[in-house]
Design a protein. Structure first.
Lengths: 352, 302
């Protein structure tokens, strides 16, 4: 969208979110669920980063930790150059308007006892001292933007369909002119026919308002449609971070490969020919991940090194980052480069 | 709703709430009954003036059944039961409602603080446990014993007794509400709409008032309606034990206990106060039920 190289609006550096486990009669701190364990990425202004992965891999936790709905254990989250992860409460409150969230379950994210007008104007109540009329004007404007009839202004959430509810959620997120929106599986709870509408609405809004999205989803085809870059997460870590078209054309990480092989193919001829990679075994517990690569217990291409050394997320091709020993050791880009890359990998392995 | 014209402005919900409340037959019945009871005890003593009897006449007229002269009969001292019932209702209704309000407000306050702020949870819940563990009647007795004379000296014996009893009942019956509310708040604060409010940057006070409090209304209503009955009964227990209102000062509970020893011979002596207490409790219950439905937009419908 921009002519010059866009500056990153959101930079996440080594974000960790560990939830402590207390056990025994003395409630001793006996371990951590490493829901997010060292995630780094950047999102350019006006672009969309897709975040995909299976259930429980920490996608939503990343989204919530970025907006500091959870207190991150470690790491930095720079939004527009300010570290949200360490901000003082009052500064954070003033920062909130620039970063908003669209939630997964539109039913659960709207207070059943508030009318549409109350819900959408809540952010305005918090951050502006406008008069009622001015707030109402803004509410109408937002309703027009997300395609809700102005007549619905006095209705309660239970009187809307799922898609309409999600539109209310989006209107609420837009109320304060945010620059960055985390969409936490905004379409997962909707019917397929409605999903497209909501995704198109999100795209429209991005174009008109220059929004930046972190689009969390397990629907790979939607992510392909929306996102310029896609991060594949597995068990709290990023397995691969690539431009969307490269990832879908030729996934590098074995997990991305397996994940993409699960995408439904609408053409029955192609569908009959497609090879599905079916992963065996269970996802390891995030409280006790394997010492090596998190994926080594299920990887079809597992090597010895995978079981002992955690691979770092490295750029193996232009714009493509992969955390896999296959691509750092063998290397598609030449032996000498691969040799150079090996060193940080080993250091990583030793420090862990 | 017309299709054209200016979009509607946000309307007050009071009309919708009243509209739904009216559709609840029991609630309407309860409201009317309670209204009649309150009106009767407020203006009744001015309208029904019992005839002045000498002591000798009164002794002769003791334990009468209902008649035109004494619509509800007379008690063991020949006093007119209707007049006593009306006077007693003032105190009983006031004690029941005020003690309930104190208990509910206090219990909800403690419950929300404990549920919402994890830091306060342990301390406040232990306090609640402590109050629950205290034996209620002895505690009330000690409180009344210790403070009755002092409060009475300050604001007069009757008002003093009233204040003390209401306060004593209020602060010894908030625990159940606090526990219920805390549990409810714990689940509510993990809801996505609370998370959404936090992501907007809403302050805890706003979140509590806007998102949590309206959603704990139902359990609070139930606790409140049960609380009224309990307060009326507790007051009568206190009066029975001689530590409530002065013995010649009628309350429904007191009339009930006075009538108890004559129940075999003159059952109506127990029936009248019992009926009054039951009617009050029942109507408050139904009002609470109707109010709960009316306040929930999902049930209210359109």
């Amino acid at each position: 969208m921009l002519d010059a190289i866009p500056a990153p609006l959101v930079q996440v550096e080594d974000l960790k979110m560990h939830f402590p486990i207390y056990s025994g009669i003395f409630r001793r701190h006996s371990g951590d669920v490493k829901a997010v364990d060292g995630v780094s990425f950047e999102i350019m202004a006006g672009q969309t980063l897709g975040l995909v992965g299976e259930s429980g891999c920490g996608k939503s936790t990343v989204g919530r930790a970025i907006l500091r709905l959870y207190e991150p254990t470690a790491g930095r989250v720079l939004i527009d150059g300010e570290d949200v992860a360490r901000m003082a409460p009052e500064a954070l409150r003033r920062k909130r308007p620039s970063m908003q969230m669209v939630f997964q379950d539109p039913q659960a994210s709207l207070n059943p006892r508030m009318t549409l007008a109350d819900i959408v104007s809540e952010p305005l109540d918090e951050h502006t001292d406008w008069t009622r009329d001015r707030k109402l004007e803004r509410v109408y404007e937002l309703m027009d933007q997300v395609g809700l009839n102005r007549r619905f202004v006095n209705r309660f959430p239970h009187e809307f369909s799922g898609g309409q509810r999600q539109r209310i959620g989006i209107a609420r997120a837009l109320a304060l002119h945010p620059r960055f929106i985390v969409c936490d599986e905004p379409i997962a709870a909707l019917d397929v026919s409605i999903q497209a509408q909501v995704v198109n609405l999100l795209e429209d809004l991005q174009e008109r308002l220059g929004l930046t999205y972190l689009f969390i989803s397990h629907d790979l085809s939607m992510v392909r449609h929306l996102a310029q870059r896609v991060a594949v997460m597995y068990l709290g870590r990023i397995a691969e971070l690539s431009p969307a078209k490269d990832l879908y054309a030729r996934p590098l990480h074995p997990y991305s490969e397996a994940l993409l092989s699960a995408v439904n193919e609408p053409d029955p001829v192609l569908a009959a020919r497609r090879k599905r990679i079916i992963l065996k075994g269970e996802v390891p517990s995030p409280a006790n991940p394997p010492p090596g690569c998190n994926f080594c217990t299920r990887c079809p291409k597992v090597m010895d090194i995978c079981k002992t050394v955690k691979p770092a997320l490295l750029e193996v091709e232009a714009g493509r980052m992969v955390a896999c020993h296959l691509h750092t050791a063998a290397g598609a880009t030449g032996a000498s480069e691969a040799e150079e890359r090996k060193r940080p990998v080993n250091q990583q392995g030793e420090t862990r | 709703m017309s299709d054209s014209g200016a979009p509607p402005r946000p309307a007050s919900q009071l009309r919708d709430i009243w509209h739904q409340f009216r559709t609840h037959k029991g609630a309407l019945f309860g409201l009317i009954t309670l209204g009649v009871l309150i009106a009767a005890v407020l203006i009744g003593p001015w309208l029904w003036l019992p005839e002045k009897l000498s002591v000798a006449e009164a002794i002769k007229l003791k334990n009468q059944g209902p008649s035109l002269r004494f619509p509800l009969g007379t008690d063991q001292l020949g006093r007119d039961m209707l007049a006593r019932m009306l006077l007693a209702g003032r105190v009983s209704l006031a004690v029941g409602l005020v003690a309930m309000v104190i208990a509910i407000v206090f219990g909800t306050f403690i419950g929300i603080l404990a549920g919402y702020f994890r830091r306060l949870d342990g301390a406040l819940m232990r306090l609640t446990d402590m109050f629950l563990a205290l034996p209620l009647i002895p505690l009330l007795l000690v409180m009344v014993m210790l403070f009755r004379d002092r409060v009475a000296a300050l604001i007069g014996p009757e008002l003093g007794a009233f204040t003390l009893i209401v306060f004593a009942i209020g602060i010894t019956s908030w625990m159940a509400t606090a526990r219920i509310v805390r549990g409810e708040v714990l689940t509510l604060k993990e809801r996505e709409y609370v998370l959404a409010a936090r992501s907007i940057g809403a302050r805890p006070r706003r979140i509590i008032l806007r998102h949590i409090l309206p959603n704990v209304v139902s359990p609070v209503m139930v606790a409140a309606t049960l609380g009224v009955a309990e307060a009326i009964i507790t007051e009568s227990v206190l009066s029975f034990l001689g530590l409530g209102f002065p013995p010649d000062f009628p309350t429904w509970g007191r009339l009930l206990f006075d009538g108890l020893q004559y129940m075999q011979v003159y059952p109506e002596r127990v029936v009248w106060p019992g009926l009054a207490i039951s009617l009050t409790v029942l109507s408050v219950n139904y009002i609470g039920d109707g109010l709960r439905d009316a306040l929930d937009p999902r049930i209210r419908g359109r």
